[in-house]
Design a protein. Structure first.
Length: 208
């Protein structure tokens, strides 16, 4: 392990960690006021996916895009502090495209993510959707932090097919420790390993 000099450490701690300010191109992001259920922010690609320009959507009630039954489902699930995942048919689409919708609350707003959902011969989207649903259900079965962390890494690895998925906890002194892991049997385990505070720059720690 490299020993950092004082100048190295200062440079490392001042690392310019930028917020991306953008989303991945395969979906649409909506921000909804939780009290009025009006659309207060949207991503710039709504015309491509929804057939409606961003400016047109701003200030509109969510009923402009979605059917009332779907909105009621979102409200009911969010009241129980759960994420809402469903296949959604939007009013404004002229052709038969459905979306996989994920909604969660952040302070006084609801963040909605919509991704196109297409059936194909191999039903890969159905399989992925089912894995995602199962992950939410399975991780909600325990309140024990150790068991929950282990289950989260297991479910994420099922979805991503990564060789390793781990959960890294930041300690009060800025150092870190791996508290959960799911991996291939033939690779080295990182579970329980501790890392010094300079392993991750402070701006990145604050972001996470």
């Amino acid at each position: 392990m490299r020993n950092l000099s004082l100048n190295d450490y200062k440079k490392y701690e001042n690392f310019d960690f930028r917020y991306p300010g953008s989303i991945q191109p395969h979906g649409v992001l909506l921000v909804i006021d939780i009290k009025t259920f009006t659309i207060i922010q949207v991503s710039e690609n709504t015309k491509r996916f929804l057939g409606v320009k961003p400016k047109t959507l701003l200030g509109k009630p969510l009923t402009y895009l979605m059917y009332l039954k779907q909105i009621k489902n979102i409200k009911n699930i969010l009241e129980n502090n759960n994420h809402f995942v469903d296949i959604i048919k939007l009013k404004k689409k002229k052709y038969d495209t459905q979306f996989k919708g994920i909604f969660h609350r952040v302070q006084d707003s609801i963040i909605g993510e919509l991704e196109t959902f297409k059936l194909n011969d191999n039903n890969k989207n159905i399989d992925y959707y089912k894995l995602f649903q199962d992950a939410i259900i399975n991780t909600g079965k325990t309140n024990d932090l150790k068991k929950l962390s282990a289950k989260i890494t297991e479910e994420i690895r099922k979805i991503t097919k990564f060789d390793r998925v781990l959960i890294y906890r930041f300690e009060n002194d800025g150092s870190g420790v791996v508290i959960a892991e799911n991996k291939r049997e033939d690779i080295e385990s990182y579970l329980g390993l501790h890392y010094p505070y300079y392993d991750i720059p402070n701006p990145a720690r604050q972001f996470f």
